[in-house]
Design a binder for this molecule. Structure first.
Ligand SMILES: Nc1ncnc2c1ncn2[C@@H]1O[C@H](COP(=O)(O)OP(=O)(O)O)[C@@H](O)[C@H]1O
Ligand SMILES: [Mg+2]
Length: 275
């Protein structure tokens, strides 16, 4: 990013005494659904500022792991630490306060809102601002100021993703790829430090996929940390410096792309699996 700074990385306060640069630490995570153990004592670390890929065959427990980290599911065991803070069993809305955000699909009820409105909403919800306050004629000066800063941020993000031209477009009218950009733009409005992306390229054409990847790399250079679930192994190997492989709820292997691609167990899990 050249002239528009989206991030607020300099605000990050490292807890005292923390020397290492581990952003996220998942330890012995367990999640059961009835008789199914979706996540079976999974442990891994994500380094600050890294782009880490989480891969594994269908049903390996990747999405469930994401849901446990971000509070959609309450884990049955294990712990999650983010920037040194224990966030195990956190509520989804608290997650954003810590600076940890996952992208989520644009809900049906948002389809009738414009791209601009979709971007204004998460920040408003986060600051606890009541929507009616912004439309009251006697709104206080600081509310107006807040609104102005918010709009400025929205336009910075639209500009960054090169989607200013669709600001007034209804979210429901966007192409699959544009919707993915909007999903990521929404997550950025919350001013996170780490983003969890679950199959961000699903249904995206190759041109937009490259664009989206470029944006992710740019944001990474700014200091954001990314954990990306993706079934396209080549894409992960080419773009991530660390890869975590899940299989049957556990972490099968962890390392750089070269180590992972030559790992016998990984090859077996993929060739013998249902990928
Ligand atoms: N809400 C749920 N209720 C019951 N079973 C679930 C639920 N979510 C996931 N599972 C099961 O947990 C396992 C892991 O699923 P998931 O985490 O979605 O895998 P992945 O994202 O790696 O494809 C699968 O067997 C899936 O059927
Ligand atoms: Mg999944």
């Amino acid at each position: 990013m050249s002239d528009t700074e989206i991030g607020s990385q300099s605000d990050t306060v490292q807890p005292e005494g923390q020397q290492n640069d581990v952003e996220l630490k998942v330890d012995g995570l367990v999640k059961r659904f009835g008789g199914i153990t979706a996540v079976d004592s999974a442990s891994f670390e994500v380094e600050s500022g890294s782009m880490t890929g989480l891969i594994g065959p269908n049903g390996a427990g990747k999405s469930t792991t994401f849901h446990c980290i971000t509070g959609i599911h309450r884990p049955d065991g294990g712990s999650v630490r983010f920037q040194g803070n224990d966030i195990t069993g956190i509520r989804p809305y608290q997650c954003a306060d810590y600076g940890l955000v996952r992208t989520f699909q644009i809900a049906r009820e948002m389809a009738n809102m414009t791209v601009l409105e979709n971007l204004m909403l998460p920040a408003k919800q986060q600051s606890g601002e009541q929507l009616w306050r912004s439309v009251m004629p006697f709104a206080r000066r600081d509310v107006i100021e807040e609104e102005r800063e918010l709009l400025e941020r929205v336009w910075d993000i639209l500009e960054f993703f090169e989607i200013e031209h669709i600001a007034e477009e209804k979210a429901g009218n966007l192409s699959g790829g544009q919707r993915k950009l909007l999903e990521m733009a929404r997550a950025l409005m919350i001013e996170p430090e780490m983003l969890l992306l679950d199959e961000p390229f699903a249904g995206v054409n190759p041109t937009l996929e490259h664009k989206l990847l470029d944006h992710i790399h740019e944001l990474r250079e700014e200091g954001y940390t990314f954990l990306i679930v993706e079934h396209d192994m080549d894409l992960i190997m080419e773009n991530c410096e660390r890869v975590i492989v899940m299989h049957q709820g556990s972490v099968l292997a962890e390392g750089n792309p070269e180590t992972i691609t030559s790992n016998e167990q990984v090859i077996e899990a993929y060739l013998g699996g249902d990928v």
